[in-house]
Design a protein around this ligand. Structure first.
Ligand SMILES: C[S@@+](CC[C@H](N)C(=O)[O-])C[C@H]1O[C@@H](n2cnc3c(N)ncnc32)[C@H](O)[C@@H]1O
Length: 255
């Protein structure tokens, strides 16, 4: 196994650090751009894959004024269950059981979900972290990433969409930080804001190190497009967002 095999993603400390990104202007832009492409509607069932603290789930709920049928957030960090409990308490109209959290490691696939269970799947800056280690060759591979795309295709109904963001190759966290700095000074609690940003940058260095080792996958847009097409998605589009440090993809499952 490689020297650094431990993943921080399931840790409560890591999960909470990324709750902080929701205040950053580049993330707000990414969220708005993702929602515009997701275009959620009444009566739909959505899966928010690698949901973290539920920023996208909240945005879908608010954009549809609570008329979606269901949103399931899935993430490997159990701490995010608390964030979802708070969402259920605070959102208007009250979602009750129509917003749920499932603790799930998507590197192992999506066996928790049935074929065609969801109308659409959304994911924010998460699927790059599907990881697979090949003991025979002693290397990290893209097998879990590829399998995850196959599984997303399986659980979406015909005609449904997969809208997701992923970081560009070798993303510049410094650029994201620069675009966020002004917000730090405008924040009511600038010190807390800077502390959270510092934590995210710390994890950001770990992510880039592991991406260089092949564990995580910040892939060029044409590679992601080819992978989506290989599992059957059509009408694949992509654009830049997050001060050009992330792509947003929209792909359809044929009707
Ligand atoms: C950068 S955060 C994004 C969180 C959220 N989507 C958002 O937009 O705020 C990446 C998320 O992916 C989750 N994640 C990473 N690896 C995972 C895995 N193997 N299975 C499930 N979730 C995973 C992390 O726990 C984290 O919540």
């Amino acid at each position: 196994m490689p020297a650094v095999a431990r993943s921080y993603w399931p840790d409560t400390r890591c999960a909470k650090a990324f709750w902080g990104q929701h205040d950053l202007p580049p993330y707000r832009q990414l969220l708005a751009d993702t929602l515009a492409w997701a275009n959620p509607g009444s009566g739909e069932r959505w899966l928010d894959l690698g949901c973290g603290g539920g920023a996208i789930t909240r945005a879908i709920w608010e954009r549809t004024a609570g008329t979606v049928a269901e949103i399931v957030g899935a993430d490997c960090a159990e701490a995010n269950a608390d964030a979802y409990a708070r969402l259920r308490e605070n959102l208007t109209p009250a979602p009750g059981e129509r917003i749920q959290f499932v603790c799930h490691d998507f590197s192992a696939g999506l066996e928790a979900f049935a074929d065609r269970e969801f109308d659409h799947v959304v994911s924010g800056l998460s699927i790059s972290y599907a990881e697979a280690f090949d003991l025979a060759t002693g290397t990290w591979t893209t097998a879990a990433y590829d399998q995850l795309l196959t599984e997303v295709f399986r659980i979406i109904r015909p005609g449904g969409r997969f809208v997701f963001s992923v970081n560009v190759p070798n993303p510049s966290w410094a650029k994201v930080a620069r675009f966020s700095l002004l917000a730090a000074f405008q924040s009511e609690r600038p010190l807390q804001y800077l502390k959270r940003s510092w934590r995210m940058l710390w994890y950001g260095r770990w992510l880039k190190r592991e991406a260089r080792a092949g564990r995580f996958h910040y892939l060029p847009a044409d590679v992601v497009t080819r992978k989506l097409a290989a599992v059957g998605f059509v009408q694949i589009a992509q654009r830049l967002s997050y001060c050009d440090q992330a792509y947003i993809f929209r792909a359809h499952k044929p009707s």
